[in-house]
Design a protein around this ligand. Structure first.
Ligand SMILES: NC(=O)c1ccc[n+]([C@@H]2O[C@H](COP(=O)([O-])OP(=O)(O)OC[C@H]3O[C@@H](n4cnc5c(N)ncnc54)[C@H](O)[C@@H]3O)[C@@H](O)[C@H]2O)c1
Length: 268
């Protein structure tokens, strides 16, 4: 018996990075998986990998920030599996990297639509299904960028701070239903979103500088975030609710510091 045996799960952003790793891991733990992504080909590859490994999954192409698409992926999961026990609202975009004064309201809306409203829509559509069951686990991907500055552009950080608030307010709005709502706050993870930064550091021979601001002194891998998603999806997390849990190598536990000065202090 695996930790997600019998669970029926939706994972958005399942075509790449954290979502793909989570869809694979959910299936390996026994879940039936509805994998959703705006990219039809990549989400198809995720499902093919699950099926090749002996799991069961369906692929749905859709926009996590558009309500008609959210309704469609819920309908597809319900039709295929007869119910939904777990929703991992993970799809997200980084958005603009323009300086603050050059950002437009449209730049902000684009990021908030996918990262924050997409998570809200997932919770909204999960609520009636899970309320009927009397249980359910909803997981949203926030970020350490939602906790404080300097882990992403302003609109991205604001969207992720919104996701942290959303899981707190939703857990309380759904009091008495048996539905748990939690967020994961990843630190720096090597995925499609961050690949250009990793590639650039490697091309400059500076790969060893990546992830040096956290006490583990390395970046994370998608599977390390997927492990937390599996835990939150499982009954092992039956009393974990309304939380935003960092998976960041300890990054959010620290104040900013300059490593060379810290060494100098030690020698004094
Ligand atoms: N990589 C990191 O360092 C990091 C850190 C903190 C949080 N996150 C968050 O993790 C989540 C997953 O990102 P990732 O790092 O795996 O990046 P990724 O780019 O590898 O994967 C994101 C996936 O989401 C899909 N997607 C984007 N917009 C979508 C939409 N509107 N509808 C449906 N699918 C959509 C993309 O096609 C892609 O497959 C995001 O919410 C991101 O903000 C990532």
């Amino acid at each position: 018996m695996h930790s997600l045996t019998g669970k029926r799960a939706i994972v958005t952003g399942a075509g790449s990075g954290i979502g793909r790793a989570s869809a694979l891991r959910f299936a390996a733990e026994g879940a039936l998986v509805c994998a959703v992504d705006r990219e039809r080909s990549t989400v198809g590859e995720t499902v093919a990998a699950i099926v090749a490994a002996g799991g069961r999954a369906i692929a749905v192409a859709g926009d996590a920030g558009a309500e008609e698409d959210v309704a469609a992926y819920f309908a597809a999961a319900l039709e295929a599996f007869g119910g939904i026990d777990v929703v991992f609202a993970n799809a997200g975009i980084a958005g603009t990297y323009a300086p603050l004064a050059e950002q437009s309201a449209g730049d902000w809306l684009a990021v908030l639509r996918v990262n924050l409203i997409g998570a809200f829509l997932a919770i909204k559509h999960a609520t009636p299904v899970m309320t009927k069951l009397g249980r359910g686990s909803i997981i949203c991907t926030a970020s350490v960028a939602g906790q404080r500055a300097n882990a992403g552009p302003s609109p991205y950080s604001a969207s992720k701070a919104g996701v942290i608030s959303l899981v707190q307010t939703s857990a309380n709005a759904l009091a008495g239903t048996g539905i748990r709502v939690n967020a994961i706050c990843p630190g720096l993870i090597e995925t499609g979103m961050t690949q250009p930064m990793f590639d650039s550091a490697r091309a400059r021979g500076k790969a060893d500088r990546i992830g040096q601001l956290n006490p583990l002194r390395r970046a994370g891998q998608p599977d390390e975030v997927a492990a937390m998603a599996v835990f939150l999806a499982s009954d092992d997390a039956s009393y974990v609710n309304g939380q935003a849990i960092a998976v960041d190598g300890g990054l959010s536990s620290t104040h900013p510091f300059v490593p060379s000065q810290r060494g100098a202090t030690k020698r004094e």
